[in-house]
Design a protein around this ligand. Structure first.
Ligand SMILES: [Zn+2]
Length: 305
C-alpha cells in the first residue's frame, strides 16, 4: 500500500530500500534478465565498434534500469492486437469453484508519476476510475469469459480505450513528481509508436526528444555502431554518465537513494497482502511480469524493446 492509499507493485530492489519489517519472501535475484547470445555485441577492448554492432554495456545499463522499475504496468491484458490498456488485473481465485473475486487493476510504482500531458490528469486517477468497475474490488465473477465480456461492455472500458489513444499519440504521456503540475518539466514518454508496441510504448522516453541529449539511455532504440561512451559525449558529457539528470531525478522519486539527492520513500502501513501470491487474469498474455519478485526483460533482438 503506497503513501496515497493506493495498492501498487514495486520491483524487489525498491522494496529492499524500504527496510520493511514484514515483507514478502524475496526471490534470489532482484532482476532477472536474458540476453540474446546470437546478437552482434561490441565489448570494451574489441577495437572500433562496427556499424552493425551494439555496445553490450549500453544494453545492460538500459535493461537494469527497467529492472529497477522503469516500466509501466499498463498494457492490454485482454486483447491481441492491443486495443485497450489497463494496469495488471489481479484476482483472487475461489477455493471451491471456477469463479474468482476481482482484486483490482494494480499500478506499478512507475505509473504513480504518469500524467496526461494535454490535460494534466494523473494516470493514477484513471486507475482509480477503472477500479470502480463492477462495483470495485471484491466483485464476483463466475469465469474469465464473464469478466472480459462485462468489462468490455462497461463505461470503464472506454477509459481503457482512451489510454490506448494516449499511448499511440506522440507526446501524450509524461512523468512528473506527484506534487508538481508543471507539465513543461515532465519527462516525455514514448507514445509515438503506431501501432502500439507492448514493451516499447510508454515504458521508454520519447525517442525524438531525447536523442543526443543526456537522457538518451531509456529510448526504445539503441543507435547501432555507437558506444555508450560516445552517446554520453553526444549528450553533452553529463557528469552523471549514462544516467541522465531526468532519469536520475525519476529514480529518486521512485524511492532510490541518489547521491546528493535523496527522497526517502514513505508507505502507509505495510503490505496488506503478499502481492506475489496474487493471481492475474490474462487469457492472452501467458507470462505476466512477476510482480514483487524479479522483473524479467528479454533482449532477443538487436534493438531494445
Ligand atoms: Zn527498454
Amino acid at each position: 500500500m503506497d503513501d496515497d492509499g493506493t495498492m501498487r507493485l514495486f520491483p524487489q530492489s525498491l522494496v529492499k530500500q524500504m527496510n520493511l519489517n514484514n515483507h514478502p519472501t524475496y526471490s534470489s535475484f532482484d532482476i532477472y534478465a536474458m540476453f540474446n547470445s546470437e546478437a552482434n555485441y561490441w565489448f570494451d577492448g574489441d577495437g572500433e565498434i562496427q556499424t552493425d554492432q551494439t555496445d553490450f554495456l549500453f544494453v545492460i545499463v538500459h535493461e537494469l534500469t527497467h529492472g529497477l522499475g522503469f516500466t509501466t504496468g499498463y498494457d492490454d491484458y485482454l486483447n491481441s492486437p492491443a486495443v485497450a490498456l489497463t494496469p495488471q488485473i489481479s484476482i483472487n481465485p475461489s477455493t471451491n469453484s471456477s469463479g474468482f473475486s476481482f482484486v483490482g487493476f494494480v499500478d506499478m510504482i512507475f505509473d504513480k508519476f504518469m500524467v496526461i500531458l494535454s490535460t494534466g490528469q494523473r494516470v493514477s486517477d484513471i486507475t482509480k476510475q477503472l477500479n470502480t468497475f463492477a462495483g470495485g474490488p471484491g466483485a464476483l465473477f463466475s469465469s474469465t469469459a464473464q469478466f472480459v465480456s462485462q468489462f468490455k461492455n462497461s463505461s470503464q472500458y472506454k477509459l481503457a480505450q482512451q489510454m490506448m489513444e494516449y499511448a499511440t499519440t506522440s507526446k501524450a504521456i509524461g512523468l512528473l513528481p506527484v506534487n508538481s503540475s508543471n507539465i513543461s518539466q515532465a519527462i516525455i514518454l514514448e507514445t509515438s509508436l503506431v501501432p502500439y508496441a507492448s514493451g516499447s510504448s510508454i515504458s521508454h522516453v520519447d525517442y525524438k526528444t531525447y536523442t543526443r541529449t543526456s537522457d538518451f539511455l531509456m529510448r526504445y532504440l539503441q543507435d547501432m555502431g555507437t558506444t555508450l561512451g560516445q552517446s554520453i559525449i553526444w549528450g553533452g558529457n553529463y557528469s552523471g554518465g549514462s544516467v541522465g539528470p531526468k532519469l536520475r531525478l525519476f529514480l529518486g522519486l521512485m524511492g532510490y537513494t541518489i547521491q546528493n539527492q535523496s527522497v526517502p520513500i514513505t508507505l502507509v502501513g505495510e503490505y496488506v497482502t503478499n502481492i506475489s501470491g496474487a493471481h492475474s487474469i490474462s487469457p492472452i498474455v501467458l507470462a505476466n511480469i512477476a510482480c514483487l519478485s524479479a522483473i524479467s526483460f528479454f533482449e532477443w533482438f538487436m534493438t531494445f524493446r
